[in-house]
Design a protein around this ligand. Structure first.
Ligand code: ATP
Ligand code: MG
Ligand code: MG
Length: 552
């Protein structure tokens, strides 16, 4: 399990440390835009950026990249903070907002104008885009490109004051309309927008573009390594150009491949559509790949951090199999989760030779992986529930559970034999099983010498508690739902992604539980208590089955 000593980002950082670049500092940042809830891809970026800071005894900032007022909201800021904390990371007082730099950024734009490196363009968005050219054909220079510095300063100030209509002017960098890199063909730096901003309200009529704001925010915060995803590789020359021309602190942008997971979509815009169009209940629906959805599903912070570590950092985009994420939560809960018995689809069994009214307390192990978890008692009585699919009237040879005239062991209890099947005469549905038990076969003190191949779980009928159990399946039926040109990702929605079991039963030890607690239901998987739980009704979410049984 010795993984390669360092990944390529760590190699860059270690080289910089050897060369005493950045005064031996390592300073990263996680820069979410507060326009949605964080997803598992962001978790990767959080673990990476905060992890690098931890590893090299540096710092990591949390910066809200809020330059796009229309989509941003304070509720997203709050959810992002909650999720980063929950994942186990701390930014101390280093909580920043790009909007706090609006004044400084404006000043930098003025400086570029003064240097003759930016100009106000009166062309429409369509005209600008039409004159950009193609990667193989140079663009055309704007007729406004050679305005005087004075005129540009005056117009830019009036843009700021709100004198012009949205879309009527932009500030552009004066770089090179023939550059083979389209992002260098006089990119826009500022646009006019009269939208209300979630923090600065109506103060601003112009907002900086991502490429202008991001590098300068990194620089202002004296970040040393600005880690971002691969699609920004082509923006790096612009990142460098802006910082070079302004002669300010110059972080190094490093790109890695974004995380894509099979059977899901991973863009906030698409996730928002799933919420708005009611394909899911909300951002924290347990089927969502959001951090809040995974939390509600029963994922632990450790499992997500381990997953993130395990997938490593790549330089090429690919799709990670969601079963790897599931492996991480199984691995973690196997160590931590208390074992309990639950019957998801109950059928009643009457043990005819067991004395009526008698109750035995049987000892059960709480977690075989953790001796400290101890033991508990579970009641046994004449009437019990077993899982409907643990019985077959005429089972095939390989079926080692209960059948007519066959024996099976009840875990922690006795061997029982099915003697009679009671059916609904009209429908043929099995209503009840009549069994006998062998008193010599009590677990731990079996003197019968009997050997049976199957052991099943069960619950004492009078003691069992009713609960609701929610079973989840993949939200999409396609491995790469957003990867089809001719089809919309919504076309691949799995119509059966949620199955609500309202007659499930659990052992009495599970009635005093609180939201977020996780258990292993023996033979059934890992389940956690959903926040919909009330005093009257406990609701469990199935986090994951015990084994990968997604064969389809
Ligand atoms: P989305 O397209 O899902 O909305 P985004 O990149 O626009 O994502 P941001 O809020 O800008 O979302 O992202 C914050 C940080 O998280 C950025 O540094 C971004 O590169 C990183 N990030 C976003 N998605 C992923 C992903 N799938 N894998 C790894 N890092 C990601
Ligand atoms: Mg972004
Ligand atoms: Mg985005």
């Amino acid at each position: 399990t010795n993984k390669p000593s360092v990944n390529f980002i760590e190699a860059i950082i270690e080289e910089d440390l050897r060369n005493h670049k950045n005064n031996d500092r390592v300073h990263t940042r996680f820069p979410p835009e507060p326009n949605g809830f964080l997803h598992i891809g962001h978790a990767k970026s959080i673990c990476l950026n905060f992890g690098l800071a931890q590893k090299y005894k540096g710092l990591c900032n949390l910066r809200f990249d809020d330059t796009n007022p229309a989509a941003e909201e304070t509720k997203y800021v709050e959810s992002i903070k909650k999720d980063v904390k929950w994942l186990g990371f701390d930014w101390d007082s280093r909580e920043y907002f790009t909007s706090d730099y609006f004044g400084k950024l404006y000043g930098y734009a003025v400086e570029l104008i003064e240097k003759g490196l930016a100009y106000v363009d009166d062309q429409t968005a369509e005209e600008i885009s039409a004159s950009r050219g193609t990667p193989t054909r140079p663009g055309q220079e704007s007729p406004y490109r050679n305005r005087s510095v004075e005129e540009n300063l005056d117009l830019f100030e009036r843009m700021k004051k709100g004198e012009f209509a949205e879309g009527s002017k932009v500030l552009r960098a004066k770089i090179d309309m023939a550059s083979p890199n389209m992002h260098m063909r006089d990119p826009a730096l500022y646009r006019i927008k009269n939208t209300h901003h979630h923090r600065t309200g109506a103060d601003w009529h112009i907002y900086p573009m991502y490429d202008f704001a991001h590098c300068l925010s990194d620089s202002i915060e004296e970040v040393t390594h600005s880690v971002c995803t691969l699609e920004f590789e082509v923006h790096r020359p612009l990142y460098d150009w802006i910082l070079d021309k302004l002669e300010v602190a110059h972080p190094q942008q490093i790109e890695f491949a974004r995380l894509n997971l099979s059977y899901t979509v991973m863009s906030k815009r698409k996730l928002l559509e799933l919420v708005k169009e009611n394909y899911v209940t909300d951002w924290d629906d347990p089927r969502m790949p959001t951090i809040s959805g995974l939390r509600r599903r029963g994922y632990t912070p450790e499992s997500i951090r381990n997953f993130s570590e395990r997938i490593g950092v790549a330089k090429r985009n690919g799709i990670i199999d969601v079963s790897l994420l599931e492996f991480s939560i199984r691995e973690d809960l196997n160590k931590k989760a208390l074992r309990r018995m639950a019957v998801l689809d109950p059928i009643k069994v009457v043990i005819t030779n067991y004395p009526e009214g008698q109750i035995e307390e049987l000892e059960a192990v709480n977690n075989p992986e953790d001796p400290e978890a101890g033991k508990r008692n579970i009641p046994f009585s004449r009437e019990i529930y077993i899982e409907r699919d643990d019985f077959m009237e005429n089972p095939p040879k390989k079926f080692f559970r209960l059948g007519l005239d066959r024996e099976v062991r009840l875990k922690y209890a006795y061997i029982i034999k099915c003697e009679e099947v009671i059916k609904d005469e009209a429908t043929g549905e099995i209503l009840e099983l009549r069994c006998t038990y062998d008193p010599q076969t009590k677990s731990g003190q079996d003197t019968s010498g009997k050997k049976v191949k199957g052991t099943i779980h069960w619950l004492s009928a009078t003691h069992a508690k009713d609960v609701e159990i929610r079973l989840y399946d993949r939200l999409f039926e396609d491995e790469d739902p957003a990867g089809h040109k001719e089809k919309d990702f919504r076309d691949f929605i799995n119509q059966d992604s949620l199955d609500v079991l309202s007659h499930a039963k659990v052992e009495p030890a599970l009635t005093e539980v609180s939201a977020g607690e996780s258990f292993q239901f023996e033979r059934k998987g890992y389940f956690c208590v959903d926040p919909d739980t009330t005093k009257e009704k406990v609701v469990f979410n199935r986090t994951v089955t015990l084994r990968d049984n997604w064969a389809k």
